[in-house]
Design a protein around this ligand. Sequence first.
Ligand SMILES: Cc1cc2nc3c(=O)[nH]c(=O)nc-3n(C[C@H](O)[C@H](O)[C@H](O)COP(=O)(O)OP(=O)(O)OC[C@H]3O[C@@H](n4cnc5c(N)ncnc54)[C@H](O)[C@@H]3O)c2cc1C
Length: 386
Amino acid sequence: MDFTLNEEQKMLVDTIRTMGQREKFKELARHVDETGEFPYDLLNKYADLGLLGMTISAEHGGGGQPALNAILCIEELAKFSPMIAAPVFESNVGPVRVIDIFGTGEQKKTIVPGVCRGELSVSVCMTEPEAGSDLTALTTHADEDGDDYILNGRKCFITGGGHASHYMVYTRFGGVKGYKGIGGLLVEKGSPGFTFGKQEKFMGLRGMPSCDLIFDNVRVPKKNLVIAPGEFGKLMWTFDIERCGNASMCLGIAGGAFEEAKAYAMERKAFNRPICEFQAVQFMMADMAAKIDAARLLVYRAVSGAGQGLPSIYEASMAKSYANEMVVDVTNTAMQVFGGYGYSTEFPMERMYRDAKAWGVAGGTIQMLKIGIAGMIFGRRFDQRK
Ligand SMILES: Cc1cc2nc3c(=O)[nH]c(=O)nc-3n(C[C@H](O)[C@H](O)[C@H](O)COP(=O)(O)OP(=O)(O)OC[C@H]3O[C@@H](n4cnc5c(N)ncnc54)[C@H](O)[C@@H]3O)c2cc1C
């Protein structure tokens, strides 16, 4: 069993870290949180460095690299802020991967190279006001009309909402009940009848666009069908790579909080000694380090198994749910190391704590993932309706 990164991966992490210092990403993270303005300027920079679509197949303009390389970049960038890591997340583990893997030749040609250049982006649209964890209850529906589908319904909490160029919409086809009627349709921003609700105001992740999507008789060409109804499993399967991205955001946020707490513990004095000399503080640091490492091993295992394909659902669910709990725990402890200053907006700890909380809901709640893990442990599906 080899737990080491190869030379290329070490260099990648090093390059990102140096870029973050050179480009003052710590200050940028603070600015984004205070102003709520997403750092769109980063897209060009990341495209030039080949970070956008680095795991996407080379024939469509991607880097053709293993999934782990993107996960390492997301982790390193999220140490500054998840918003700074977001373009790498979206272009590597977001729904563009669904198109890269399952899309038609034309869909790939139209969307994928643009995402790799930072000109296009795709949002994943599953959640509805009455269908979150219970996704198969979704009511957005697409009805055939000649060469088109007519799409009606409403989605909520859609990351990138209003800003993304394309939307991968999970919808019901032809009134077929349950998961068998659900497939994925690509909808372009600007399509007549497609509008956006007001931007969400979240506790954290400030600057990350998110809003409702409203579909009122939107005409979508049949050629935009990415996943046919009945192939719902494919959608959920590809979603597992997104879950690994979610988990690597957690590794990054926790890693950033840990580094801040370590530096502070060596500098801050109490009783005329640096607080790192107190055993209680040492234990907090040791516990944080172990939890981050445990989560990292789970995430890297899930992603390494995936190579350039998809991770095991069991491993991805375990990695995500553990990392989701870990990041809240670690940022909370790191705040404690800072004492009163941890609670002040002058320091980054309270922002990191706010940013940590989202991941255990986004991409499927911790509870729903654990239900799935339990199903795999017991070798049976626990139907939540019965
Ligand atoms: C920051 C953020 C970004 C997001 N981005 C997107 C996005 O880009 N695209 C998208 O489609 N959605 C997105 N979402 C929505 C997210 O996927 C949903 O919020 C999530 O799936 C939970 O659905 P819900 O909010 O309706 O909660 P509910 O499903 O109403 O759940 C409420 C609570 O009940 C629990 N619960 C529900 N059923 C069970 C059960 N059977 N057993 C045990 N516990 C249960 C849940 O775990 C949760 O704690 C985002 C959410 C957030 C916060």
